[in-house]
Design a protein around this ligand. Structure first.
Ligand code: HEC
Ligand code: HEC
Ligand code: HEC
Ligand code: HEC
Length: 116
């Protein structure tokens, strides 16, 4: 049984997903999802209701190698699942192993969890 996956933050995905031929990281960085925490102002920035859709992994366990601040905005893991257990090269390269270690299929329901 694999360890329970926790959220890491996009900087951990950037290492491998910002190559010139398929730069998922910068494509995401330019999207409104990446900036969705910035649209919150004042007390809303501490309102758990707003944070549940405008940040990543709110109320969920996060790695000790990251912080809540590093999980602001709708990041990779909000759609792909918490990455602590699948982000290693050996597991990432194997679609079956990756899913066994927390990688989600990005179904419609994933979007609908925030886009109601
Ligand atoms: C150590 C390098 C590495 C890291 C770190 C990494 N990935 Fe990957 N990832 C890969 C490789 C290699 C593949 C397989 C080839 C490809 O699709 O680019 C892959 C594939 C994927 C896929 C497609 C998998 C499939 O089977 O559909 C997704 C989605 C993904 N990564 C998301 C992430 C996310 C989110 C993170 C951060 C939590 C992350 N990756 C971190 C190397 C990495
Ligand atoms: C259930 C998920 C959810 C919750 C809870 C939520 N939001 Fe949002 N919010 C969204 C989505 C999804 C959008 C994007 C809508 C679109 O553009 O289609 C959005 C858009 C916004 C926008 C507009 C951003 C722009 O670029 O124009 C603001 C501002 C905003 N929300 C503030 C808040 C505040 C403040 C709260 C807490 C009181 C909150 N939201 C709670 C999901 C949510
Ligand atoms: C709003 C949801 C969402 C976010 C945020 C998101 N993705 Fe994805 N991602 C998807 C969907 C849906 C697909 C499948 C359709 C497609 O390829 O566009 C996908 C496909 C992928 C793939 C496989 C296809 C390919 O190009 O190799 C990788 C790798 C990937 N995403 C990595 C990332 C990384 C890394 C981040 C953050 C920097 C990220 N994604 C952010 C929804 C998202
Ligand atoms: C964790 C919550 C969350 C998830 C999951 C999510 N979104 Fe969003 N999405 C948001 C929020 C919040 C915004 C508003 C960002 C802003 O305007 O600042 C948004 C904005 C958008 C926009 C408007 C951005 C633009 O560039 O026009 C689109 C389109 C969108 N989301 C599609 C999707 C799709 C498709 C998925 C699933 C693959 C998805 N979202 C998953 C929260 C989410």
């Amino acid at each position: 049984m694999a360890a329970e996956p926790v959220y890491m933050g996009a900087k951990f995905c950037r290492t491998c997903h910002s190559s010139a031929d398929n730069d998922r990281y910068h494509r995401w960085l330019e999207s409104r999802h990446a900036r969705s925490y910035d649209v919150l102002t004042g007390a809303d920035r501490a309102d758990p209701e707003c944070l549940s859709c405008h940040t990543t992994g709110h109320d969920q366990a996060i790695s000790e190698r990251t912080t809540r601040k590093d999980l602001r905005g709708v990041q990779c893991e909000a759609c792909h699942g918490p990455g602590s257990e699948y982000k290693g090269m050996r597991i990432m390269k194997d679609p079956v192993l990756a899913r066994e270690n927390g990688l989600w299929d990005v179904t419609r329901d994933v979007c609908l969890s925030c886009h109601r």
